[in-house]
Design a protein around this ligand. Structure first.
Ligand code: ZN
Length: 166
């Protein structure tokens, strides 16, 4: 396993549509291992292959507090989305920033696992948000396109939240 360089906002690779995976080759397995390592190292809850410069339809997600429940989605597709949640969202390709985005509160999605077996997954709240965010990357979209208002610095956000708690 190895860490990969996370591409940042403004890099062309983040604006392109990714290709379907036809077969999980040893190289794809290595890519997925590296994506997981890179996501955990950066304290992220999700990472899409284009964020490490690979235009393939692969995302990894882990929203568990212990960061021990990786979800691997190959050729993912959202089947159903409902409800609404509005909250701050960030992206490893735009470090130190956050913005308010409205997303569905519940999604049901389909994807393939490492053995190319199809499975379905349902998610609410943070998981639903992460699935929507990561799948957008596969079509060349970043959350900044959906931000309501301005992007804020995470430091500012933290002090604002502290103020509100007083
Ligand atoms: Zn992102």
């Amino acid at each position: 396993m190895a860490l990969r360089t996370i591409r940042e906002y403004g890099d062309d690779v983040l604006e392109r549509k990714c290709k379907e995976v036809k077969e999980v080759t040893p190289r794809i397995r290595e890519l997925i291992d590296d994506m997981l390592e890179t996501m955990y190292e950066a304290n992220g809850v999700g990472l899409a292959a284009p964020q490490v410069g690979i235009l393939k339809r692969i995302v990894v997600i882990d929203v568990s507090p212990e960061a021990d429940s990786p979800i691997i989605m190959i050729n993912p597709e959202i089947l159903e989305a409902d409800g609404e949640q509005t909250g701050y969202e960030g992206c490893l390709s735009l470090p130190g920033k956050s913005g308010v985005v409205t997303r569905p509160n519940h999604v049901r999605a389909r994807a393939f696992d490492l053995d190319m077996n199809e499975y379905e997954i349902e998610g609410e709240e943070l998981l639903a948000r992460a699935i929507c965010h990561e799948l957008d990357h596969l079509d060349g979209h970043m959350y900044v396109e959906k931000v309501e208002g301005e992007l804020v610095d995470n430091e500012e956000l933290a002090s604002e939240q502290e103020e509100n708690e007083k």
